[in-house]
Design a protein around this ligand. Structure first.
Ligand SMILES: NC(=O)c1ccc[n+]([C@@H]2O[C@H](COP(=O)([O-])OP(=O)(O)OC[C@H]3O[C@@H](n4cnc5c(N)ncnc54)[C@H](O)[C@@H]3O)[C@@H](O)[C@H]2O)c1
Length: 364
């Protein structure tokens, strides 16, 4: 099985390539295709990255190949990590609309190239932001089941880690999902949290203790307040800003910590790459596994009495041919309400770049 990484020399793309090789996800007989742009620095750096990876991992590296023309991308799994990023400088806000305007062309280019020249079977993992727009454009072009965005899986892993830290266990003992839109519009599904080794009563008591008497009705305000507090704290002392994050409930930390990391200039490349590789491994593995991801829905989910026909982060079954089933359990009222609002906001955000049109037409 072969993997292509589009945007291989970017901060995230480079981490994905390195981890794919270092974690031996691909055997030496497989091919890792590093995809760059024909113009600019990335074309030269793509060849350099291939040489550096062989230098480091010659004993077990897969075959390494460079592609600079979208028409030459060939793989069983294509990871799209190319494009502009935002919010990496102190005080810089993430304007998802502006980011969409920039990255829509990148998504459209590879959607078109894979539709024309691909095998018709490749599975695409979208990393670039806005991940929902990437899933919409690539899903429309290639078939929606073959395209998954990794933002909800990263948010899910972060949610599990924050809950685990508050309870005092390791992440692998915590289950549960964070869904919705990647970024501030994520939806932590507290009702799905499970903790290995605890019975139902014990788990409920632990969740109530670490969550407190809050609901998702105030979540957006809490995230806004957290960012303001961090902006002030970070001016004085970045260590103090990260210490402040630790004083908040798990779901606020879930949104605030990556935001602070991005603002620190460090970016979130390692965590993003690791979550991406989970999805790539799942597809290559050949067995169906439940993950969370942004997918293009066609009525599989009903929120506020309306079927969702658009992109939304949800738990899905992922396998060798892409995602097959949505596994969204019955939600608590506050979760349902927030997820319905988020679905509408994603649809509105994606509409200018797709042919699906207005909110009402998409979610009916
Ligand atoms: N989904 C997530 O959880 C998540 C997390 C972190 C970053 N991201 C996103 O990943 C993307 C990349 O982030 P980064 O920090 O690596 O950015 P970066 O600026 O370091 O790298 C972007 C790379 O994309 C390349 N590129 C741009 N247009 C291209 C094209 N048409 N074809 C091939 N390559 C092209 C550039 O040459 C560069 O190497 C951004 O959109 C960012 O928002 C997503």
């Amino acid at each position: 099985m072969d993997v292509a990484v589009v945007g291989a020399t970017g901060d995230v793309g480079r981490q994905i390539c390195t981890q794919l090789v270092e974690r031996r996800v691909l055997p030496p007989t497989s091919r890792l295709q590093l995809v760059g742009r024909p113009d600019g620095r990335s074309s030269r750096a793509t060849y350099g990255l291939a040489a550096d990876l062989v230098d480091a991992y010659d004993e077990h590296a897969p075959l390494l190949d460079v592609a600079l023309d979208p028409a030459d991308v060939v793989a069983d799994v294509v990871v799209v990590a190319a494009g502009r990023t935002a919010g990496t400088r102190p005080g810089e806000s993430v304007d998802r609309h502006a980011l969409a305007a920039d990255n829509a062309q990148v998504f459209a280019t590879y959607a078109d190239a894979l539709a024309r020249h691909g095998s018709g079977r490749e599975v695409v993992v979208v990393v670039s932001n806005p991940v929902e727009l990437g899933v919409a454009l690539l899903g429309d072009a290639l078939g929606r089941h073959r395209v998954i965005g990794m933002g909800a899986w990263l948010d899910t892993l972060r949610f599990r880690r924050e809950v685990a830290a508050s309870i005092g266990v390791r992440r692998h003992r915590v289950g549960g999902f964070a869904v919705g839109q990647h970024g501030d519009d994520l939806v932590p599904l507290w009702s799905t949290v499970r903790i290995a080794g605890l019975d139902v009563a014990e788990r409920r008591a632990e969740v109530a203790r670490v969550r407190g008497p809050r609901t998702l009705a105030t979540y957006a305000d809490e995230i806004g307040a957290a960012k303001r507090a961090l902006s002030t704290a970070a001016v004085q002392d970045l260590a103090e800003a990260f210490r402040l994050v630790d004083t908040w409930p798990p779901d606020v930390r879930l949104a605030a910590r990556p935001w602070m990391t991005q603002q620190s200039g460090a970016k979130t490349a390692a965590g993003t790459a690791s979550a991406t590789i989970d999805l790539v491994e799942t597809v290559l593995d050949g067995r169906d596994t439940v993950v969370a991801g942004q997918v293009l829905l066609d009525g599989e989910v009903t929120l506020a009495g309306a079927h969702v026909h658009g992109v939304l982060g949800v738990p899905v079954v992922l396998g060798p041919e892409g995602w097959t089933q949505v596994l969204l359990p019955a939600l608590a009222d506050d979760e349902h309400e927030r997820l319905a609002a988020v679905a509408r906001r994603i649809t509105a955000a994606v509409a200018p770049w797709t042919e699906r049109g207005s909110d009402e037409e998409v979610t009916r």
